[in-house]
Design a protein around this ligand. Structure first.
Ligand SMILES: NC(=O)c1ccc[n+]([C@@H]2O[C@H](COP(=O)([O-])OP(=O)(O)OC[C@H]3O[C@@H](n4cnc5c(N)ncnc54)[C@H](OP(=O)(O)O)[C@@H]3O)[C@@H](O)[C@H]2O)c1
Length: 170
């Protein structure tokens, strides 16, 4: 399983139910990396999408405890065990671990990081207001920084792409 996240310098990922920044080149990269794959996310992240609609051209697995009518195109799953069971079924249909992509938010990243072996980070150079965070991978001994791109800039926001891998893979 892979996680994709955009973080600020303090690993902040969102504030008031929104992303800290929307960087169009990063959003294009996100689309390219996730298209045709299985995206896994929490109900609060679904609420941040335009029209609260699922992402097109992907299998959308949404963790949510409440049982109520949802959006067409979302598969709602009410527990971590239920999610793992669904992923096992998808593997039997031909999907691979690397097709399962965790895309947020904070609560879901925290629960699924132990199942991830790679994290693709878009890292901002600055800190911004935040009320939810990604685990600090630099302080976790099982995670290694394996690639770090050059600084880029869009609309005054400096950022770079970084890849972390769990120690012992590959
Ligand atoms: N920077 C980034 O890359 C990035 C990416 C995604 C999101 N975000 C930001 O993250 C924030 C949202 O994150 P969040 O932590 O507040 O919420 P979240 O992780 O998106 O969603 C949490 C919700 O998911 C459901 N859930 C979580 N674990 C579950 C489980 N084991 N079983 C069943 N349901 C489960 C619950 O929904 P119910 O309450 O409905 O039961 C819970 O309230 C927003 O600010 C968003 O913009 C940032």
């Amino acid at each position: 399983m892979i996680a994709i996240v955009a973080c600020d310098a303090d690993w902040g990922i969102g504030c008031g139910g929104h992303l800290q920044h929307r960087i169009s080149s990063d959003l294009r990269r996100f689309r390219a990396l996730t298209r045709g794959k299985v995206v896994i996310y929490g109900r609060q992240t679904l609420d941040t999408f335009p029209g609260k609609k699922p992402l097109p051209d992907r299998i959308n697995l949404v963790l949510r405890t409440r049982k109520e009518t949802g959006e067409p195109g979302c598969e709602y799953i009410s527990s971590l065990d239920g999610l793992l069971q669904r992923l096992r079924a998808l593997k039997q249909e031909g999907y691979h671990d690397s097709d399962f992509i965790v895309i947020g938010g904070g609560m879901v990243y925290r629960q699924l990081l132990p199942y991830c072996d790679r994290v693709l980070v878009t890292r901002f150079d600055d800190s911004y207001d935040a009320d939810c965070w990604f685990p600090d991978l630099d302080s976790l001994p099982e995670w290694n920084l394996v690639s770090c791109g050059q600084w880029l800039e869009e609309n005054g926001v400096r950022f770079r792409y970084m890849t972390y891998e769990r120690q012992g893979i590959a």
